[in-house]
Design a protein around this ligand. Sequence first.
Ligand SMILES: *Cc1c(COP(=O)(O)O)cnc(C)c1O
Length: 371
Amino acid sequence: MIPVNTPRLCGNEKKYLLECIETGWISSEGPFVQRFESEFSAYCNRKHGVAVANGSAALDIAVKAIGIGAGDEVIMPTFTIISPAQSVVQQGGIPVLVDSDPETWNMDVSQLEEKITPRTKAILVVHIYGLPVDMDPVIELARKHGLKIIEDAAEMHGQTYKGRKCGSFGDISVFSFYPNKHITTGEGGMLVIDDDELAEKCRGYRNLCFQPQKRFVHSDLGWNYRMTNMQAALGCAQLEQIDDTVKRKREIGALYTEKLKGIPGLQLPQVRTEYAENIYWVYGIVVEDSAPFSVDDLVAHLGSKRIGTRPFFWCMHEQPVFQTMGLFDGTSYPVAENMARNGFYVPSGLGMSNDDIDAVVAALRERIGND
Ligand SMILES: *Cc1c(COP(=O)(O)O)cnc(C)c1O
């Protein structure tokens, strides 16, 4: 059995967790929370870190704190996990979608400017699968049109764009620490921010908008999205290992590419762009139209060998929930639609061995008839 992800917890995780239990600090009041916030935000070259319960919670807070409300338009990729779109819609905002680049799988930034209207408030960047979005054109457009940037860096711990850390580009940038991310706290997330006032606002939204002076008197609505000391303890231990983690993920990616390249019909992840080297949050494969096998064939065969896979994200404009709401009527984004239909990813967790990689490759070759 090779699961699609197995985490690796081989540093100080156990020691720090024991410390939580021995000291009795298990809630969000414990000392690891602030330590993780300051260490992780410093790692991203940001002034403030606001640790939260998960990455989707971080997006909820980011969208509200940046001021997205009824009728405000937010430009984002159609090819993404639902979290960023859901956060915008739940605040009454309207996602305005952009198609993907067929090579990097990120949003095609050349299509951004035509989407800007007088109601556009923000660009919500989502870095996909291992390569960052081409940020310079995004930053330039945001400046020119007075737009905010929210950066979803949930798949980008340790990645850089032209040498600058991912997570350093948004007015607010967010991370997830789910077990398949490069740093995990089991469940968890963080907002990283430079602006003092914005950070204070986010801390309020995380903590039910309790007020420092009159705790149980509320002048706004937030959430209980706090992170526990135990989660933060894991986070501190994981952050100590981030360089090794990125190195190993790149190794896994390079091994797959070396063993799979040249097989007709498979589009493999782009190894590098002029601005970044892939960190392979996941190792994605898109089955090309010309292939004599389908994505379902490959997924079924791997499944029969007890090898886990996941389909690619499903586009936002094709989500039944948004269609029911009358969003995105009659729109089409052909590149993203093709990726969603023909893409899947194979196991690439930090807990897997090189033998596991060989087993996945052998199973793929067996079905493709290329062994
Ligand atoms: C994982 C992920 C999220 C959601 O994070 P959770 O912690 O699972 O809520 C959001 N955005 C992206 C791009 C992700 O990959």
